[in-house]
Design a protein around this ligand. Structure first.
Ligand code: NDP
Length: 272
């Protein structure tokens, strides 16, 4: 039987991960299959248990289960521990082990694919869910001058910032609600909310983008109100396809010990 992997989320029908991992497997000669599994909103652990019992060797976890995946794991990597969110499960050991490749994927996309390193920049991170949890610490350690986390539920943004602030070598961090953004401007605005899924635009003020800013939406595969807002403001935009491919490559490496090339997969994904 081929080694089995899956992406587990809800909703998950839109996920490009099965295609990406099939391309990686083909390019590196790995024999494996990769499924899409929609877990009931109250049935994440049950779903992973069943997949593991059926021989599943690893899984990616997507929204809204990254924090539950962290709780599910008996042990995790340091970066998943810092994020308290897991997007990559290894199920081929005695007990489930988790990692978080979102931060590495985002940084590689920004730095290697887009040529826009966070170093020295003022960054606004929108959202305080699983995705924001995964990327805040890596961004803060990548030399950003300052990072503000904005969320509808301000307490969640404050809790996230409190966990990362104070570590040696991290950026100046702040947390706020959308109404507090008036009069602020940023060199990099990263949308880590799921607002694009419901075609909504968080209430962002005019003047949010500094000249030469990058607007980055982690959502991929569709135009979002956030990207349209940024285009109207005349700034450079990028969707989350690059992050998706780079975090997938990192997961693939964890499972198979082989690092796939990403350029051709990303080019095909952008065209398709
Ligand atoms: P979660 O469900 O964990 O968190 C959702 C976040 O979005 C919360 O902070 C929530 O705010 C906020 N939110 C939802 N709707 C709105 C809205 N209308 N206006 C403002 N804020 C809103 O999801 P994840 O963090 O796991 O995922 C977030 C997004 O990132 C998804 O679109 C996902 O597809 C994408 N993603 C992309 C990746 C990639 O590789 N490209 C990797 C990871 C994620 P509140 O707390 O106030 O409710």
């Amino acid at each position: 039987m081929m080694d089995r992997y899956a992406v587990i989320g809800n909703p998950v029908a839109h996920s490009k991960s099965p295609w990406i991992h099939a391309e990686f497997a083909r390019a590196t000669g790995q024999r494996m299959s990769y499924l899409r599994i929609e877990a009931p909103l109250k049935g994440f652990a049950r779903t992973v248990d069943a997949f593991r019992a059926s021989g599943g060797r690893g899984a990616n976890v997507t929204l809204p289960f990254k924090r539950e995946a962290f709780a599910y794991c008996a042990s995790t990597s340091v970066r998943a521990g810092a994020a308290r969110a897991v997007n990559t499960l290894r199920l081929d050991r005695d007990s489930p082990w988790g990692d978080n490749t979102d931060g590495a994927g985002l940084l590689r996309d920004l730095e290697a694919n887009l040529g826009v390193a966070p170093r020295g920049r003022r960054v606004l991170l929108m959202g305080a869910g699983g995705a924001a949890q995964g990327v805040l610490e890596p961004l803060a350690k990548a030399g950003a001058a300052a990072i503000v986390v904005v969320n509808r539920d301000i307490a969640k943004a404050q809790a996230l910032v409190a966990r990362v602030a104070g570590d040696p070598g991290v950026a100046r961090l702040g947390a706020c609600g959308y109404a507090d953004l008036a009069g602020e401007s940023f060199d990099m605005v990263i949308n880590a909310t799921s607002s694009g899924l419901s075609d909504e635009l968080p209430p962002l003020p005019a003047g949010l983008f500094a000249p030469q800013a990058l607007a980055y939406d982690m959502m991929y595969g569709r135009d979002t109100p956030f990207l349209a807002f940024a285009r109207d403001a005349g700034v450079r935009t990028a969707d989350g396809s690059g992050m998706l491919v780079e975090q997938a490559a990192e997961s693939f490496f964890l499972w198979r010990g082989v690092r796939p090339a990403t350029r051709a997969v990303l080019a095909a994904l952008r065209v398709g």
